[in-house]
Design a protein around this ligand. Structure first.
Ligand code: 8DG
Length: 132
């Protein structure tokens, strides 16, 4: 049976730009860009998981929208990632690097300049088409 990995990712928006995060080189998918977030733990809602992950990884407090922006699945060699992305808004703090190699704020039309994790491509395409 294919391992199922349920992951949430944040589309964090500030000044019409989106926060992009580069995965650390020693992780799976190292060096690829992603939406910050991570695996949903047992008994957590997707929103709770995302709030926790952003606190842990970037030391920021965010509000997560109720409705998913996009849901996608991608089969990697280590399992199937089921990725749900949510629009998020920054309440407090400035993102700090703790696990990521780099972070960047980009306008939607600039997102295709980065090499994204394959599971993220549908979300990225949808954001580019919004054309704010
Ligand atoms: N956080 C996040 N993970 C993503 C995205 N796209 C994508 O394929 N993934 C994959 C990478 C990981 O295999 C998994 C998320 O787990 P994670 O971010 O908690 O990974 P982790 O720290 O536990 O690191 P590891 O398991 O790779 O060692 O989902 C994304 O946009 N954000």
């Amino acid at each position: 049976m294919l391992k199922q990995i349920n992951v949430v990712g944040a589309i964090l928006i500030q000044h019409h730009q989106i926060l992009c995060a580069k995965r650390g080189g020693n992780k799976s998918l190292g060096g690829l860009w992603e939406f910050p977030g991570g695996k949903i733990e047992p008994n957590e809602t997707p929103q709770q998981a995302l709030k926790r992950e952003l606190q842990e990884e970037l030391r920021i407090d965010v509000t997560v929208e109720d409705t998913p922006f996009e849901k996608t699945s991608y089969v990697y060699d280590f399992g199937q990632v089921n990725l749900t992305t949510f629009l998020c808004h920054l309440n407090h703090g400035t993102p700090k690097l703790t696990e990521h190699e780099a972070i960047l704020w980009l306008a939607p039309h600039e997102l295709n300049q980065l090499k994204w994790a394959p599971a993220d491509i549908p979300t990225v395409q949808k954001l580019i088409q919004l054309n704010w």
